[in-house]
Design a protein around this ligand. Sequence first.
Ligand code: SAH
Ligand code: SF4
Ligand code: F3S
Length: 460
Amino acid sequence: MLNITYTERIVTYYENKVSKKYYIKTFGCQMNVYDSQRIAGILQSLGYQEASSQPNADIVIFNTCHIREKAAEKVFSDLGRALLIKNERKEQGKDTIIGVCGCVVQAEDEQIAKRAPFVDFATGPLTYHRLPEILAKIARKKGISVIDTEFPPESKFDFLPQNQSESACSYLAIQEGCNNFCTYCVVPYTRGVEYSRPIAEILQEAERLIDTGSLELNLLGQNVNSYHGEDEQGKERNLAYLLHRLSELDGLKRLRYTTSYPADMTDDLIACHKDIPQLMPYLHLPIQSGSNSVLKAMNRRHTKDDYLQIIDKLYQANPNIGMSSDFIVGFPGETDRDFQDTLDVVNKVKYIQAFSFKYSKRPGTPAAVMPHQIEEKVKKERLEILQNLLFDYQDKFNRACIGKVMPVLFENKGRHSGQLIGRTPYMQNLHAELPKENLNKIINIKITDATTNSLSGKAV
Ligand code: SAH
Ligand code: SF4
Ligand code: F3S
């Protein structure tokens, strides 16, 4: 017995010594977080282990986002730093592979080759399942760089190792790509046309995630409510159907889906918010602008009134629902009057949380060459006014939670010892003094305090 343990210890020690390490830095949306987890899965299947920091890694991957100029530019400064680390490691006799994945690669592969020629490989968001081949090529022929930005005929999901997420809240990609072509947005160009995974494949991944401890699943897609995957009989099904099927799985306590497109909020999907108890009372439904003329110029298929009617229906389906949205200020041609319409929507919907951005010109999108681009100063002023209003509503909602009891799913340890951090049904962060045995569990918590960004409470 002793001997075996000793041998095992030697083997583990030896493996640790020879095994290579990876480091992944993720930018952008939840889909990129999901993709990074899957990239980690591929690397683990090749024998890599996670590195504690970038300088310890034999392979460094940046999973990038192209949605706004700032996000895309950040990658190039990170790549500059990665080269310095690569050179330092070289002096210690260690090789480093630097890779770039994600939406910047799809949009700017030539820029990467020009501005960061030391990058060993670059693959778009739809081709990272080919990583084993890419790494094999690099190993065979040192010094080459591989760029793969094809929109492949195969689905990457058919080639990925099983989703190994062992956390209580897991992302599950059910749809990818977008056919909406909002005039400001790069996503249809970086993620391609809409693709929906078949129902059976999603149920299988969901069951596996529940088996390994997931209590909450967050279904992901760039335009998740246009989901139209095939069921086991080859019949096309929508998101409402999929939610009902998932709600029948034993052990699944919470369901969410993101991101939604208002024109695709069908009545049967809205009814799910009444009929499916696991569906959390929180919905991220981006409107972008409250002005009909701006919405038209954005090529959004909804008006302000359509949107407010959908919200009414949602409140009827579940009066406790809390809304969230994305907003863009300073879209080309946006007048003060248009901006007031946006503020009006905020005052009507009273969002419990929201994201807001200054319009950012994206190369190749129609809005980038529209006339009447808005000055930076005006964008900044409008953003500040909008964010102050949004924070007010968020703050009011959080403070109104004081005294209530909410089921909280604890996912992480807090900064102070004895503290855990969890999420309420409304996606609020909550801190509580709790023993660590409560991690990955749902506990009823009485809210005792609130700020704009988080809550605290005590177990009841
Ligand atoms: N598919 C989602 C969101 C995709 S991107 C949807 O349709 O809502 C996330 C958010 O980034 C968008 O909702 C939008 O508010 C913002 N965004 C996208 N392109 C932008 C741009 N060019 N400038 C500023 N914000 C942008
Ligand atoms: Fe972009 Fe519009 Fe598609 Fe959302 S719906 S991903 S904003 S094109
Ligand atoms: Fe960014 Fe691509 Fe997501 S551009 S927001 S990472 S789909």
